[in-house]
Write a protein that binds this ligand. Structure first.
Ligand code: FO1
Length: 351
């Protein structure tokens, strides 16, 4: 079924969203596609501004992403990381992994060096994102959710007891001046320290998006939402990938205003996330760890939710949340599966 070419705007996080975007691009073409991408995962590490979700989306649409991990570039070399490891043994507080806990391939580093130098010369993140997309031949319009700094930070139980976490991972700037008062034994850390540093193997007690309340949508982001024929909430982590995008003042309202042509894809299948901690996080933060929990979150924004065939029995409960339920295979194990899901997404309101 060839869906009519149309302007599609996606709210996107990392790997799951990138696959969804690839599938959509295969059907409507990259020029018809825009993505408003999460930057709450961004981090300054070793002085470099890293935008993981923007890079994952860019690399994937360019066909250049590492197929195994979904992030970083395929065919990478790791000479810089190997040299950095040499410093771990002789640097202050020698500890394996202290400097290399976040893996940066040699060619991926060029992206971070380029972005950092462009930002330092006063370019906006949205400008730099367009320049990186052009360098990788990506024609879809990739927009950060905002050009302001918004930082996702999570509160966890201190894994090694009170005070054990301080300064665990090197290369990071000092924490924001106003850490929230956390009960003793709990600590607030950056998203990547949680996700990569601790392999998200710790319960999340709270999440906040530092800077979101004073952020403004990136140039073009609201237009991309308002002028699209269809808005897609990608199968990304609802809390820490789509959450930050909706926390930028103006974006959630813009999506809600065109709820009738907004469709979401559940990232939770049979109670589990395909990748990452989305399922556990939903539960840890008091939401139902299921497609129904996702429907409850997205009902105000999307008139339809696509759930996997494994969850067809949940359709009545999804619809009870006020969202039409579309049951379709949602595991994008390859380009064909992603394209098929994209065709279901594009047909959500045209049948
Ligand atoms: N994810 C990991 O699990 N381990 C890593 O070492 C890692 C490095 C990395 C480098 C660049 C980049 O753009 C992404 C990277 N990611 C890594 C993924 C990153 O943590 C993303 O934020 C997650 O995929 C969540 O979106």
């Amino acid at each position: 079924m060839n869906a009519p070419a149309r302007r599609v705007t996606a709210l996107a996080g990392g790997v799951g969203a990138a696959r969804m975007l690839s599938g959509l691009a295969a059907v409507v073409g990259q020029p018809a596609l825009a993505a408003v991408v999460n930057t709450g995962d961004d981090m300054v590490l070793h002085g470099l501004h890293i935008s993981p979700d923007l890079d994952t989306v860019t690399y994937t649409l360019a066909g250049a992403a590492n197929p195994g991990t979904g992030w970083g570039l395929s065919g990478e070399s790791w000479a810089v990381m190997a040299s950095l490891r040499e410093f771990e043994a002789t640097g202050p507080e020698p500890e394996a992994g202290r400097l290399t806990w976040f893996n940066l391939g040699d060619r991926d580093l060029a992206t971070h060096l380029f972005r950092t130098s462009r930002l330092a010369s006063g370019a906006a993140l949205s400008e730099v994102t367009a320049e990186v997309a052009r360098r990788f031949g990506v024609q879809a319009r990739l927009l950060p959710m905002t050009d302001s700094r918004v930082e996702t930070r999570v509160t966890i139980e201190e894994p090694g007891g009170p005070g054990s976490f301080a300064g665990r991972f090197a290369g990071l700037p000092p924490a924001p001046q106003t850490p929230p008062a956390t009960p003793s034994g709990q600590v607030e850390i950056g998203f990547q320290e949680y996700f990569v540093g601790l392999h998200h193997a710790v319960a999340v007690k709270g999440v906040r998006f530092v800077g979101a309340s004073s952020a403004v949508p990136a140039p073009g982001a609201l237009d991309a939402v308002e002028q699209a024929d269809l808005v897609v909430i990608c199968p990304s982590n609802p809390v820490v990938s789509i959450g930050p995008v909706l926390a930028v003042p103006g974006i959630a309202d813009a999506v809600a205003r065109r709820r009738e042509t907004t469709v979401a894809v559940s990232p939770i299948i049979a109670g589990k996330a395909l990748k990452g901690p989305a399922d556990r996080m939903l539960g840890e933060l008091g939401h139902e760890m299921s497609a129904v929990g996702v429907a409850r979150l997205w009902a105000p924004l999307a008139a339809a939710l696509i759930v996997d065939t494994a969850d067809s029995d949940l359709a009545p409960r999804v619809e009870a949340e006020g969202t039409r339920c579309i049951v379709a295979p949602s595991v994008m194990s390859g380009p064909e599966q992603a394209r098929h899901l994209a065709e279901v997404v594009l047909g959500a309101f045209t049948g």
